[in-house]
Design a protein. Structure first.
Length: 325
């Protein structure tokens, strides 16, 4: 019997909850969309505003080998018809890493160009949506959590698909997170036609928060191959928000609860997987001047994954990743 088959059988005996594929390449085709939205509610006037970017639905290809993942995607015009939401220029850097014992997420969002998500609200008579091409957002953040049950529960089986969860299991998680950034418009941030009191309008919103988090994740296995994975984390973030209006500037300090949700569902087997996943990070900013405020970042994706062993020639080029593991 080949050495690799013996090793794989030994791994299965040691861990009956999930199977690993340490020497396989996970090739994938996928559709994905990233976004970072801004939610504001004027508690004095009772008016809510949800600013959304016109980000693209992307078609991509990618591969994972051991700890390394490379994805390349493009938003083709056929997948993104013009619906009057304006143009958004953006660089959205989201990294979601799942080593065995912890979870690490990095956020680097740089957006310019937003529209109000609700159709016709605040829009000119001949337009479908209110758009602000000069509304800009910057958000930088790091999220870290330790998994307390990594020998039975695998995030990698649901997200990277380089493991295969065969039995239902869950894990408590705890860690730390930190966020900072700003929202800025060249004129005023809120649509002037919707604000009853112009003195309540403002131009810039800055924020910073940090604090501990705690959460729980669970994978439900149905007939060995079908899986549903959900994870929820709550955070108590200490920090400030700062509004800059006409010439005045107001800073408020406080503590806010934040939320991080993950959902995965699909089919997994020894050779291939098809699955959908969704990641949503909501950072609630400190209430300022009667405004409740949140920055919401997310990514949803549909994957088709095929696992295969690299040939001898390709294996030579991949040996450098073996040493760096």
């Amino acid at each position: 019997m080949p050495t690799e088959s013996k090793a794989q059988m030994a791994d299965d005996k040691e861990n009956t909850y999930y199977q690993t594929f340490p020497d396989h390449i996970m090739g994938r085709l996928y559709l994905s969309r990233k976004y970072t939205s801004i939610w504001l509610r004027d508690n004095v006037e009772g008016q809510s505003y949800l600013f959304a970017p016109n980000s693209t639905l992307n078609h991509g290809v990618g591969a994972t080998y051991k700890w390394a993942t490379l994805n390349l995607a493009y938003g083709f015009d056929a997948l993104n018809p013009n619906k009057g939401r304006g143009d958004t220029q953006y660089l959205d850097l989201q990294a979601h890493a799942y080593p065995k014992n912890f979870v690490l997420d990095f956020f680097g969002q740089f957006y310019r160009g937003y529209h109000l998500a609700e159709r016709e609200v605040g829009a000119p008579p001949d337009e479908r949506y209110y758009t602000d091409p000069n509304l800009r957002l910057t958000k930088i953040g790091v999220f870290w959590q330790y998994l307390f049950n990594p020998d039975k529960f695998s995030f990698r089986a649901a997200f990277l698909n380089n493991e295969w969860q065969k039995r239902s299991a869950g894990s408590f998680m705890a860690g730390f997170e930190i966020y900072g950034g700003r929202v800025l418009s060249d004129s005023l941030l809120l649509p002037e036609t919707m604000v009853l009191n112009p003195e309540r309008n403002f131009r810039t919103l800055r924020f910073f928060e940090l604090g501990p988090n705690i959460g729980y994740a669970y994978t439900l296995i149905i007939k060995k191959h079908w899986f549903i994975t959900g994870a929820a984390s709550a955070n108590l973030g200490f920090g400030y928000s700062q509004q800059e209006g006409h010439p005045e500037r107001n800073t408020e300090w406080g503590i806010n609860p934040n939320l991080f949700l993950r959902g995965f569902a699909g089919y997994n087997s020894e050779k291939w997987s098809i699955n959908a996943n969704y990641v949503h990070n909501r950072v609630r900013l400190i209430e300022n001047q009667g405004f409740s405020q949140s920055v919401m970042t997310g990514n949803y994706r549909l994957n088709f994954v095929y696992r295969f062993l690299p040939g001898p020639q390709l294996k030579k080029y991949l040996e450098v990743l073996d040493f760096m593991e």
